[in-house]
Structures are given as C-alpha cells and as structure tokens.
Design a protein around this ligand. Structure first.
Ligand code: NDP
Ligand code: GDR
Length: 335
C-alpha cells in the first residue's frame, strides 16, 4: 500500500486529492493545524479514512515528526496562505506560509524521508503581468502580489532542492481551479453562493471588484489528478496545468446568474474595497507539455463547472433554510 502525506488537506485541493488517493488504495496522512473550531467540512464524507497528523507549516519540528511518522512515498505540499487579496494586508504572514514554509517542508523530507517524491503547489500568479501569452513552463515570472512573489520563492526552492540534493521534487504551475469546495471569498464561489442566496431571497446585491480581469478556470477534481501524475513519472519536472481557455469575471457573472434565470446587472454593485492594488489582467495557460508527457486531460469545461457550483450552492442554501424552519417549528411546538 502506497503512503501519501498531504499538507493543506482541509482545503479545496487537499480534500479532492485525499479522496482521489483513497480511491487508488493509498494510505493517506493529512497534516492539519490546530484550529479553535474543527474545519473538516471538505473532508466530511471520508475523514475517518484519513490518518490525521497535527502540525503547522511554520513549525519545522512538527513537519519532521509528520514525515517521520507517516514515512510517505509521496508528499503533496498544498498548504499556504492562498488568498491573493489577503497578501497585501498580510505580506509577512504570506511570506512565511507561502514562501519560507516550502523550505520547512523540503527540509522535513530531506531529513526524515529523502527518497519521498515531493509535489509543490505553484501558481499561475507567478506569471502576473503579461510577458507572453499563452503562458507556459518557460515564460518568465513577473508576480504582481506578495502572494505571487512568495509562490515564486516556493517554486525556485523546489527546483533548487531537486538540483542540489537530487530529490524527486516537482512544481505544478496550476492555473485557477474551482469547485463547490472552493472558499467563499474566491471570486467563482463568491458569485455562485450569492446567486443561490439571491435566488432564495436571502441577499439583495453582490459587491464586486474588477469585472474585466480574465482567468483560465478549470475544475479542481481534474487538477489534482495532474499532481498525482507528476509524481508517477520516472524523472521529476515542472508542468503547467490549465484549460487553455479564458473568461472574464463579467462572463462568469453572466453564466452563473442566467443559470437561475436572473440578470446579473440587476444585482452587481462595484465596490472599490474589492479592487486590488495591482491586478493580474489576464491568465491563459498552455499545458501542451502536461498533455504530451503526463497524458493529462481536462474533463469539466467552464460552463459545466459554474453550473455545478451554482447547483451545489442552491442545494446548500435550501438545506440550511429547511433546517432553520424545522428548528423554528420544534421551538413553537415546545412552547
Ligand atoms: P485553500 O485555501 O483551500 O487551502 C489551503 C490549506 O492550507 C488549508 O487546508 C489550510 O488549513 C492550510 N494551511 C494554511 N496555513 C497553514 C499552516 N500554517 N499550517 C498548516 N496548514 C496550513 O487552497 P487551495 O486548496 O485552493 O490551494 C491549494 C494550494 O494550491 C495552495 O498552496 C494554493 O496557493 C495553490 N494554488 C491554488 C490554486 C487554485 O486555483 N485553487 C491555483 C494554483 C495554486 P486551514 O483549513 O486550517 O485554513
Ligand atoms: P486569484 O483568484 O486571485 O486569481 O487567485 P480570485 O478568485 O480571488 O480572483 C480572480 C479575479 O477576480 C477578480 N475579482 C474578484 N476577486 C475576488 N476574490 N472577489 C471579488 O469580489 C472580485 N471581483 C473581481 C480579482 O481581482 C481577480 O482578478 C486564485 C487563488 O486560488 C490562488 O491561490 C491561486 O494561486 C490563483 O488563483 C491561481
């Protein structure tokens, strides 16, 4: 039985990856930091099948212990401060969690299980300002946020450990990928959650930032398969994972609102609070290398993805409404 250690397992990607590896018969170890209230929501249906380890990216001792205990064949380093907008007000915390912590994780592997294969969650945010489109593995980086700068560090330290210590370390340069498990502050989920709440009469408007930015949005379930494929190769390498299609935030609004018969123009209000100090105007990836070398392929397209997210949010909102109505009835009956 193969063993995998995942950091960031409670997040969007970590939960899809854990599910995927469990289905493949892996023993999955999930590293989670202490939180004052449990946040297993993304892992709810399979959390009893994961071996949970306690640790924090900023605490090297806890990472060494996690690697020592799990003795993994594969390590997926997904944990990070992953919200770009939060990286301006928290540049140092972002630097610690998204940049330096990668060195912590690489050191833990080098010390406790040097032959483990290592995956680093790099990002299309490293490309930042447009230098070349579509963006591929050889496109120069020009990050536009403290988050993007931190990810560039994480990328290069992974390459450096591969070249310095002969470690099997790969960096996946993934473009935006979304799902019903996406955090609600990211733009796709913010929109689909609002669509559901507006449809059910719980929200009147949606406050947004830059509607003109263009992104290459794919489905997280497809992207975690690419992470795994990278670690199944004979030699470690870096790969871009993307759909090769780009859509504006405005288009996202159109697709999401029209799915429930609404016109976004009646609800969206532009709010400067959501406009960033420096924007990444467009991201469009070329994943020819991943298709040819990994045999990776995309299964869910943009429209299908947004419809899936709206449908899931509608279900969630309706369930919550039903539960609070039931609570109210039982209170009335008790009275
Ligand atoms: P999420 O924000 O959903 O998940 C981040 C995870 O990191 C959470 O499990 C979080 O734990 C954990 N984490 C954060 N800080 C620490 C810490 N100090 N110690 C231990 N764990 C910590 O991100 P995604 O799943 O969307 O992304 C996964 C990775 O991929 C991230 O590194 C992200 O930057 C990168 N990436 C994501 C892309 C995307 O479009 N989704 C694209 C390219 C790269 P907790 O639940 O406790 O907060
Ligand atoms: P991004 O994702 O910054 O690309 O990073 P996000 O969904 O936050 O923003 C995408 C684009 O939408 C614009 N936008 C808004 N964004 C948010 N969150 N809220 C708004 O109200 C809003 N209005 C417009 C943004 O300006 C931006 O242009 C994601 C993260 O998952 C990173 O961790 C990952 O590395 C990259 O994708 C690839």
């Amino acid at each position: 039985m193969k063993r995998a250690l995942i950091t960031g397992v409670t997040g969007q990607d970590g939960s899809y990856l854990a599910e995927f590896l469990l289905e493949k018969g892996y023993q999955v170890y999930g590293l989670r930091r202490r939180t004052s209230t449990p946040n297993y929501e993304n892992c709810e249906s399979f959390k009893d099948r994961i071996e949970w380890l306690s640790g924090d990216l900023n605490d090297l001792a806890s990472l060494i212990e996690a690697v020592r205990v799990s003795q993994p064949d594969e390590v997926y380093n997904l944990a990070a401060q992953s919200y770009v907008a939060a990286s301006w007000p928290q540049p140092l915390a972002t630097g610690q969690m998204t940049a330096l912590a990668v060195t912590n994780m690489l050191e833990a592997v080098r010390i406790a299980k040097p032959d483990a294969k290592f995956y680093q969650a790099s990002s299309s945010e490293m490309f930042g300002k447009v230098v070349e489109t579509p963006q591929k593995e050889t496109t120069p980086f020009y990050p536009r946020s403290p988050y993007g700068v931190a990810k560039v560090y994480g990328h290069w330290i992974t390459v450096n450990y591969r070249e310095s210590f002969d470690m099997f370390a790969c960096s996946g340069i993934l473009f935006n990928h979304e799902s019903p498990r996406r955090g609600v502050e990211f733009v796709t989920r913010k929109v689909t959650d609002a669509v559901a709440r507006i449809k059910m009469g719980l929200q009147l408007e949606l406050r947004m930032g830059n509607l003109d930015s263009l992104r290459d949005w794919g489905f997280a379930g497809d992207y975690v398969k690419a992470m795994w494929l990278m670690l199944q190769q004979e030699t470690p390498d870096d790969y871009v994972i993307a759909t090769g299609e780009m859509h504006s935030v405005r288009e996202l609004l159109e697709v999401a609102f029209s799915h429930v018969g609404l016109d976004y123009r009646n609800y969206v209000v532009i709010d400067q609070a959501f406009v960033r100090p420096a924007e990444v105007d467009l991201l469009l990836g070329d994943c020819t290398k991943a298709k040819e070398k990994l045999g990776w392929k995309l299964e869910v397209g943009f429209q299908e993805l947004i419809h899936m997210m709206v449908d899931e949010d509608l279900k969630r909102v309706k369930n919550r409404l039903r539960a609070s109505r039931d609570d109210m009835y039982s209170l009335v009956n008790l009275g």
